[in-house]
Design a protein around this ligand. Structure first.
Ligand code: NHX
Ligand code: ZN
Length: 684
């Protein structure tokens, strides 16, 4: 298996659950109302009370209905407890409300002194004076729960607004981050390593921003939008930022997912706000990262109505793009790794009509990127940066940054005084293959089988001209795999049939070795068989590489709908060709291994003993490979180019793109780290 390319297919961030604002209003207002009506919370005690006028109150005292009076100076209220004997007269009914105290209360004028009246009546009963807290305090204490509730609500709203400056009070404001020369975050093309092609393409945009008149004078319209397309981590944001830096204009950055909030209508108003901010500072650049979050094609799944908000946002975005004049000086750049899912309306002329492809870096670009990220590290003397770049095919700029950082951490853990080559190799392994599982319980027989299997891959690939160059072989369990042979997948533009066959043969070398040298075959070859079957199928069905289906491509293009573009008879032929192709390569692998059984055994023994072996160890057993690697060939080509000997090279390269696409129908085999849990379950 070749070195695995990190799984980059999952850029989507978890989305926040969206609720309707109305629900929150209903809940809050409902709670408020409930609390207010719940007896105002003001005088709730266990008495049943009758309010009377001051005159009546005094009359009751005079009549001797009470022996107990309570004067509340705070509220200006006075109340009496009616003697049981007089309850009937006062309330016109009996004390049927068992256990409750019958009282009569009144408000008395503050000018009046109730004490004087009681004295004048020669009142003998209890008089208690109290100064209850005043009305305001009562009001406050009854409102306190509501205040707390509202505070909690605001708190959560702010949090859901992901910490933006305004929280709930500015949901409709755009959350764009502004970078300009004032806040010192200028980035220029010098900070973007690699990506020479993309840089050239965006240079034009820099030019538009710098001297628009040059273009408008000739009647040209300045483009409004450019779409940066490429896998995650390739530096699309950095590139857009560098355009702003180079042109020396403000840069408004926002992520597509920032538009889509839980509040209805927020997305559209944020778009409006973003554009009005940008226009105020024109010339400027608006950058929308992950535009697929808003720009996904409309109309699908619409039956659930769940996409209305996103569609509104998208419509607003389209409206804004159409709305401002071509020469307003605002250029919109957006990034995505999925152009295919974007709404076609976004890609029409006058909108994002320019697509700039930002690809994964090639070898030279990786060297440049490594140089950038190695700068802050304390490195061992004479570290081979080219070697690091060669070990990291398929890595993005972000992956390389990750490798450099991880290497520094590993070096620190090992108490190295500087970061050494091995730290980088460990970092690459860790990023590609996941954590090592050193604690896996295994019998000696299992370990032996795994060593034979991996040595089988190594031996066969070493002895085949077109197989990828071996990097290392390991029987340390990592992720879901119990062992692996790592190759450098050559970054080929086209792949020949011989190269494909050799790779299939090497991939079958594991099981072939098991069968030959243990007498049994095992489930361990699952991944190998999967890759081999896929590749063989691709060769037969798509690439017309078999005898009976020669030059026929039954490419399963989705536009054909559900009709199979071939007959059942052809399907049977395909099956047979695939079966035969694999059988032939399996026999070939077995033949190679039995002819080199001694060397294979030595390799397996070394592997069992050391657990990890490298190219040098395999070379020590088998001798040097007589074939040149692609990297060596490239180096030679480059030298020739320097001497000025390559004439038609440049044109040939772009035309190969289609062929490369066709060969990617049979993707290079790679260990899959995604199904980690499954592997663990099966392993226990
Ligand atoms: C397993 N994995 O899942 C173990 C952990 C063993 C020859 N049982 O080709 O790691 O055996 O060159 C159900 C049943 C994966 C799920 C069988 C998931 C088998 C990798 C294959 C190394 N290196 N194979 C290789 C490997 C495995 C697998 C399965 C399963 C070795 C081989 C997996
Ligand atoms: Zn294998």
């Amino acid at each position: 298996m070749p070195t695995q390319i990190p799984d980059n297919k999952n850029p989507q961030k978890p989305k926040m659950p969206r609720f309707n604002l109305n629900w929150i209003y209903i809940i809050v207002i409902g709670t408020l109302a409930f609390m207010l009506f719940q007896g105002n919370g003001l005088s709730s005690d266990s008495s049943y009370n009758k309010e009377v006028s001051y005159t009546v109150f005094k009359d009751y005292i005079a009549k001797g209905y009470t022996e107990k009076i309570k004067v509340d100076m705070g509220k200006g209220e006075v109340s009496m407890v009616i003697k049981p004997a007089n309850v009937r007269e006062v309330f016109k009914q009996g004390t049927d409300r068992t256990g409750k105290m019958p009282t009569v209360s009144t408000r008395y004028p503050s000018t009046d002194k109730i004490e004087d009246y009681l004295d004048s009546q020669n009142f003998k009963g209890d008089v208690t004076y109290e100064k209850s807290s005043d009305v305001w305090f009562n009001l406050l204490s009854s409102l306190l729960p509501i205040i707390i509730l509202v505070a909690v609500w605001i708190f959560f709203m702010r949090r859901m607004g992901s910490g933006g400056s305004g929280g709930v009070f500015s949901v409709g404001k755009s959350k764009a981050k502004l970078f300009d020369k004032e806040n010192g975050t200028q980035v220029t093309f010098k900070d973007v390593a690699g990506q020479e092609g993309a840089k050239q393409e965006v240079q034009e945009i820099v030019d538009f921003l710098k001297n628009p008149s040059k273009y408008t004078e000739l009647g040209g319209k300045i483009p409004k939008g450019a779409l940066l397309v490429g896998p995650p981590g390739t530096g699309k944001t950095l590139l857009a930022k560098a355009v702003a830096g180079e042109a020396n204009v403000p840069f408004f950055s926002m992520s597509g997912s920032d538009f889509v909030e839980m509040f209805v209508g927020v997305g559209a108003s944020r778009v409006r706000d973003l554009f009005s901010q940008a226009k105020a500072k024109a010339p400027s650049i608006v950058f929308i990262d992950e535009i697929d979050a808003v720009g996904r094609a409309r109309g699908k799944n619409a039956s659930f109505g769940g996409n209305d908000e996103r569609e509104n946002t998208l419509n607003q975005l389209l409206t804004e793009m159409d709305g401002f004049g071509t020469n307003s000086g605002v250029i919109i750049m957006a990034a995505t790794n999925r152009v295919d899912i974007l709404d076609k309306a976004l890609l029409r002329a006058g909108r994002f009509d320019r697509q700039i492809h930002v690809d994964l870096p090639d070898l030279q670009e990786r060297v440049a990127i490594f140089h950038v990220h190695l700068k802050p590290l304390k490195l061992e003397e004479g570290l081979d940066v080219d070697f690091l770049a060669r070990q990291t095919p398929g890595f993005s700029g972000a992956d390389i940054a990750n490798v450099c950082n991880e290497a520094a951490l590993i070096a620190a853990r090992h108490n190295h005084t500087s970061v050494v080559k091995q730290d980088f190799l460990d970092a690459v392994d860790r990023i590609v293959g996941g954590l090592e599982k050193k604690t896996k319980v295994m019998t000696a027989a299992e370990k032996h089988t795994i060593a034979l299997h991996e040595a089988g891959h190594a031996s066969v690939s070493w002895l085949l001209e077109h197989a990828n160059p071996l990097v290392k072989v390991t029987i340390v369990p990592r992720g879901q795999a119990l062992g692996a042979a790592w190759y450098l997948p050559e970054e080929r533009n086209i792949t020949t049939k011989e190269q494909m066959l050799d790779e299939i043969c090497a991939t079958l070398g594991g099981r072939a070795a098991e069968e030959l040298f243990t007498g049994h075959i095992s489930s361990g070859a699952l991944n190998d068989l999967e890759t081999v079957t896929k590749r063989a199928y691709g060769m037969v069905a798509f690439l017309g590489m078999s005898e009976s289906l020669f030059n026929l491509c039954y490419y399963n293009n989705e536009e054909y709908g559900f009709t199979k573009p071939y007959s059942d008879k052809t399907a049977e032929r395909m099956d047979e060709e695939v079966r035969q192709l694999i059988a032939t390569q399996y026999e070939r692998a077995k033949k190679i291994l039995s002819e080199h059984a001694g060397q294979h055994a030595a390799l397996a023994a070394l592997l069992e003993q050391r657990e990890v072996i490298y190219t040098e160890d395999v070379e020590a057993i088998f001798g040097k490979r007589p074939w040149k690697s692609r990297a060596e060939e490239l180096l030679e080509t480059e030298n020739l180019a320097l001497e000025g000997v390559t004439p038609q090279q440049a044109e040939a390269e772009t035309d190969d793109e289609q062929a490369a696409n066709a060969s990617s129908a049979t993707p290079p085999p790679m260990p899959k780290a995604e199904s980690e849990e499954t592997g663990e379950e099966a392993g226990q």
